[in-house]
Design a protein around this ligand. Structure first.
Ligand SMILES: O=c1[nH]c(NC[C@H](O)[C@H](O)[C@H](O)CO)c([N+](=O)[O-])c(=O)[nH]1
Length: 201
C-alpha cells in the first residue's frame, strides 16, 4: 500500500532565545491514561528546546470543555502578574487550581515574572454513544483558536478527538497494539516554543 503522505514537516531543531520563554500548559483530567503521557511529552520537547523547567506552568481543569476558560484565565493571570509587583507567579496562576511547577526546581530558581509566551491546551475526547463528543470538540477547538487570536498569545491545540480508545492511545504514544504509535504531545511542545519565538520578535 502507498506510504501515507500525512504528518508535519520536520520541526525546527534549534530555538535560539528559548531560555527566556515562559510556557503554560492547561490540561483536562479526563482519560488520564492518555493525558499523562501527552503532558509529559509536551514538557519533554519544551525543555529540550531550551525552556527552563521553572518557566513551565502546568494547570489542570475538569475536562476539555473547560480548556478555553482555563487557558484564557491563565493568560490573563500571567499578564496581571507581569504588570504588577506581585512576587509569586504561582500565587497568581492558582486562580485555576493548586498550580505546581512542571518539575520541582532543583536550583530553587524563581519562576520569571514575564507573561506567558505561549500556552498549550491538552485534552482527550473519545466518542461515546451520544453527540456530546461533537459538541465539546467543536466548542473546545474554536474556543482555543479564538483565545490565541484575541490575546495575541499563541495557543497550541493539544486536543485529541478520537473515535475509539485505540486512536487516543496511539496518538499518546501508548498504543495497546504492538505499535506504540506517536506521542503528539512532543509535537505540541515544539510548536509552542516555535510560535512563542515567532511572536516574541
Ligand atoms: O475531556 C473530556 N471531557 C469530557 N466530558 C467532560 C466535559 O469536558 C466537561 O468537563 C463537563 O461537561 C463539565 O463541564 C469527555 N466526555 O464527556 O466524553 C471526554 O471524552 N473528554
Amino acid at each position: 500500500n502507498m506510504a501515507s503522505i500525512k504528518g508535519p514537516a520536520p520541526a525546527p531543531t534549534s530555538f535560539p532565545g528559548a531560555e527566556k520563554l515562559r510556557i503554560g500548559i492547561v490540561h483536562a483530567r479526563w482519560n488520564e491514561e492518555c493525558i499523562t503521557p501527552l503532558v509529559n511529552g509536551c514538557i519533554k520537547n519544551i525543555t529540550a528546546a531550551g525552556v527552563k523547567p521553572e518557566n513551565i506552568v502546568v494547570e489542570s481543569v475538569p475536562g476539555s470543555w473547560e480548556l478555553p476558560f482555563g487557558v484564557s484565565r491563565l493568560i490573563s493571570a500571567s499578564q496581571v502578574q507581569a504588570s504588577s509587583n506581585v512576587s509569586d507567579l504561582m500565587g497568581a496562576t492558582s486562580l485555576l487550581d493548586d498550580s505546581k511547577p512542571a518539575t520541582p526546581t532543583t536550583t530553587g530558581a524563581k519562576a520569571s515574572k514575564a507573561a506567558l509566551d505561549a500556552v498549550i491546551g491538552i485534552g482527550v475526547l473519545i466518542k461515546g454513544s451520544t453527540m456530546h463528543f461533537e459538541y465539546i470538540s467543536e466548542s473546545c477547538c474554536s474556543g482555543l483558536m479564538r483565545i490565541g487570536l484575541d490575546t495575541g498569545v499563541p495557543v497550541i491545540l493539544g486536543v485529541l478527538t478520537a473515535l475509539t480508545e485505540d486512536q487516543a492511545l496511539e496518538r499518546s504514544g501508548v498504543g495497546r497494539k504492538g505499535d506504540k504509535g506517536h506521542n503528539h504531545g512532543l509535537d505540541w511542545g515544539s510548536a509552542a516554543v516555535e510560535m512563542a519565538l515567532k511572536t516574541n520578535r
